[in-house]
Design a protein around this ligand. Structure first.
Ligand code: DC
Length: 234
């Protein structure tokens, strides 16, 4: 009974989902849209990345599902947003914001996320972000699996070359050395894995609004998403 009441309560909280390929602009657009609307923000990729960081640090083999599930059960992750600063990711009290953005973490996250047991373990955590007045959820399967009844769904794409260029700039900003060729290869491999896994593959929901961000500025993409939001009655 209690479960029914609480799930009914949460289901009345509106959700906008933003899925898409790596470096297509999902992260920044989701954050800006959440800010604009005064809603909560879920960076689901960060949850997979935190689990990947634990796997790397504990040297757990990347296909040892029971050990990964054990390491991730009861994961103590917090997302902290202070005024004017981007979101910080805290794992058991430690700020891991920079550590989880390393390429290695993204690649390991993509590898371990193909296992159904690992995806199931993280569902409740992702649902817990759905709180009033609303949620903007960023990921690969937000609109297809995690919040299938979301009223508004977006799917962002961009050419691989443009995404690699953006990723290179991001890494250079963080003082990390990388070449366009390695990034291109990483992105292509990651997309391939994310698209071809059996469970929750990366694909647009049939209801999703698809936006190709290749030639658009961040503000232009934001304005397009806001134009759709204005037509909705949440
Ligand atoms: O969005 P990101 O690059 O931070 O995500 C890192 C990896 O995590 C991505 O390559 C696949 C996985 N992921 C996923 O499987 N499902 C999600 N909802 C989000 C991320």
């Amino acid at each position: 009974m209690l479960d029914k009441v609480s799930s009914h309560y949460t289901e009345s909280v509106p959700v906008i989902t933003i899925d898409g390929t790596s470096s297509a602009g999902k992260g920044v657009i989701s954050r800006l849209l959440a800010e604009e609307m005064g809603w909560h923000f879920l960076d689901s990729g960060a949850i997979y990345r935190v689990l990947a960081l634990i796997v790397i640090r504990k040297k757990i083999p990347q296909d040892n599902v029971p050990l990964i599930v054990a390491a991730g059960t009861g994961l103590d992750i917090q997302f902290v947003t202070e005024q004017g600063r981007s979101q910080q990711v805290i794992l058991s009290g430690e700020d891991v914001t920079a550590a989880i953005r390393q390429e290695e973490c993204g690649n390991v996250a993509s590898r371990i996320s193909r296992f159904p047991e690992i995806r199931s373990m993280l569902i409740a955590k992702q649902h817990s972000f759905r709180r009033p007045p609303g949620l903007v959820a960023d990921g690969r399967d937000m609109g297809t699996v995690i919040f299938p009844k979301a009223k508004l769904k977006f799917f962002l794409t961009a050419s691989t070359e443009e995404r690699a260029r953006r990723r290179l700039l991001q890494l250079q900003d963080q003082g990390i050395n990388a070449t366009l060729d390695t990034i291109l290869k990483d992105l292509t491999d990651r997309d391939e894995r994310d698209r071809n896994r059996t469970l929750s593959p990366l694909k647009p929901d049939p209801d999703a609004v698809i936006i190709d961000t290749t030639k658009l500025s961040i503000d232009e993409v934001l304005q397009q998403t806001l134009a759709h939001v204005k037509n909705m009655h949440f």
